[in-house]
Design a protein around this ligand. Structure first.
Ligand code: SAM
Length: 290
């Protein structure tokens, strides 16, 4: 028996579609619409969607990616902030009964309330202005997604995948929850209007439990924000400054965690942040014996 593939989707023409509805792309909402079919196929392939999966899409825009997701998944929930795009989405997605479009700012929604399935994926070509806040929102969501496949600025994708020695606060936060992987770069010409920079597809598979135990996460983020708040400074100075602690106390804490106090935040591995967070959490715990 020969395998049957669904017929290719006819490409959407964003400029024409917007003109028909009397609209223009809104730069303030990061509206760069992806129209290149091979890029859309790449994103869907990277997501490895199973027929029974629920997919959450952030910012369906004109529905270009949504159509591909709807063909691969059992259910697609798409959250779009711009209500003026809803008539276009209605028309483009009219044949897909498994898509629900919600009109809202994704950051105002609790993901647990919109995704009825504990096991779901997030696949999206996200507005770049929202990258950090959205990553945080998704990584801390309950239930947490199994995987994120996102189109982001190429430089951000590279930064997310950096190794120890080169870690930023964003990369560190992502790598605590999952394993990011750069899948492919997309040229600016794959979008309308063309963004000023190239983009990349990044896939982040989330771990069932973070690399730093739940109980130490708050201490970890406090320390990491303090360390990266002045990342050119030695850790002992950056932490003392941001945490309001005496430099001698910070030095002792770093020594207990086996970390040279003269190092800088970006040089620490996740394991070292974990050791530091464990000591810091123990020190702050009520009823501890000094
Ligand atoms: N997915 C479409 C595509 O690939 O062509 C559009 C991608 S465009 C880069 C980003 C989309 O996110 C836009 O439709 C924009 O209106 C929407 N958006 C921006 N901020 C949002 C937010 N806070 N919540 C939900 N959607 C948002």
């Amino acid at each position: 028996m020969t395998a049957r593939f669904p017929p290719p989707l006819s490409p959407l023409h964003p400029a024409e579609l917007l003109r028909q509805y009397g609209l223009r792309p809104r730069r303030s909402l990061g509206q760069n619409f992806l129209h290149d079919p091979s890029a859309l196929e790449r994103i869907v392939a990277a997501a490895e969607i199973l027929p029974d999966d629920t997919v959450l899409e952030i910012g369906p825009g004109l529905g270009a990616l949504t159509r591909y997701l709807a063909r691969a998944a059992r259910r697609v929930i798409a959250v779009e902030i711009d209500s003026s795009l809803l008539p276009i989405l209605d028309s483009v997605l009219s044949g897909y009964t498994n898509v629900t479009v919600l009109c809202s700012d994704i950051l105002d929604l609790s993901i647990g309330q919109i995704v009825d399935h504990a096991d779901y994926l997030v696949v999206a070509n996200i507005p770049y202005y929202l990258t950090s806040a959205l990553l945080r929102h998704l990584l801390e969501a309950r239930p947490q997604p199994r995987r994120l496949v996102l189109t982001v600025q190429k430089e951000v994708a590279e930064r997310l995948c950096a190794g120890p020695g080169d870690l930023s606060l964003l990369a560190l936060s992502v790598q605590v929850y999952g394993s990011p992987r750069l899948i492919a770069t997309l040229p600016a010409g794959a979008f309308y209007p063309r963004p000023k920079v190239d983009s990349a597809i990044v896939r982040i598979d989330l771990r069932p439990t973070p690399r730093i135990p739940w109980g130490h996460l708050e201490a970890f983020f406090t320390l990491a924000r303090a360390g990266f708040g002045q990342k050119r400074k030695q850790l002992r100075n950056a932490l003392a400054h941001h945490l309001g602690l005496a430099p001698a106390a910070v030095e002792a804490l770093l020594h207990q965690a086996g970390i040279d106090p003269t190092r800088r935040a970006e040089t620490l591995s996740i394991e070292e942040w974990g050791a530091l967070a464990e000591r810091y959490a123990a020190q702050r715990a009520p009823g501890r014996r000094s």
